[in-house]
Design a protein. Structure first.
Length: 258
């Protein structure tokens, strides 16, 4: 039995064993005993995860894949979650335990997986996986880059992001039209922000929603005082600011008018 790749689920099954092993080996195995693989398909990556010391669980929305995994990976049978990762509460399955996330992520929901990880950062110390190459590059990009944006700043505020390697289309079935990239996120030791997190998110999003404008213009809706707007940082465009500068900017806006 093989599983048919379903377009509406964004499935591209990895068929290269060496790359699967390389992705599994990208986990550091530090500070957690549980790993959750998103979208295991026919288990090419799962097989290598099961060889490791941690406890592997998988989450799979495709019922055909679930049947395949149950039939072919008997030691996984009790750790298959037949749900949509974007809709679950991690604590329902892992209580308060730390859990690393890994996967060959469906392209159509890959950025949402990152946002869900950020929402659950207190429980996810590490995250390693395969994205469309340009998305992987965006998450890992540095200030000044054309692709540096909302996802880059928010991910790097809480995690150290590393672009690991590029994967060509021909190692998938069916092959996607673009290259893929594997990245790893390791949660920072101190991952709480010294400013209001909601405001930080809002400032980053407002800034990049009009990325060609200076921050003085893109943050107009925050009704900042004239005095604050004279600060040199407001003459910059969002892609010129590092994560630390966005945090400083949020602190200044919090203080404004107090």
């Amino acid at each position: 039995m093989t599983v048919r790749a379903k377009k509406h689920l964004g499935q591209h099954f990895l068929k290269d064993e060496e790359i699967a092993k390389k992705i599994a080996d990208s986990l550091t195995e530090k500070n957690y005993e549980n790993v959750l693989e998103i979208g295991p398909g026919m288990g090419v990556l799962t097989k290598y995860l099961l060889q490791k010391k941690f406890k592997t669980s998988v989450i799979e929305i495709d019922s055909e894949s679930v049947e395949y995994l149950k039939a072919n990976y008997l030691n996984l049978a009790n750790n298959i979650i037949s749900k949509d990762f974007l809709k679950i509460n991690l604590s329902d399955y892992f209580q308060e335990n730390q859990v690393a996330i890994i996967g060959n992520f469906p392209y159509n929901i890959s950025t949402q997986i990152v946002f869900k990880t950020l929402e659950n950062k207190q429980q996810i110390p590490e995250f390693s996986g395969m994205f469309q190459k340009e998305v992987a590059q965006r998450i890992a990009s540095k200030p000044g880059s054309k692709v540096y944006g909302i996802l880059s700043v928010l991910a790097q505020a809480f995690y150290t992001v590393e672009y690991l390697f590029t994967v060509p289309p021909d190692v998938f079935n069916p092959p996607p039209k673009v290259d893929s990239g594997v990245i790893r996120l390791i949660r920072k030791e101190n991952y709480t922000l010294p400013v209001n997190e909601k405001l930080f998110y809002k400032i980053v999003k407002l800034g990049f929603n009009q990325r060609r404008k200076t921050l003085r213009n893109s943050l107009k809706s925050l009704n900042l005082s004239d005095k604050l707007k004279q600060d040199a940082i407001f003459a910059k465009r969002p892609e010129q600011l590092s994560v630390e500068q966005f945090i400083e900017l949020t602190a200044k806006i919090e203080q404004d008018g107090i």
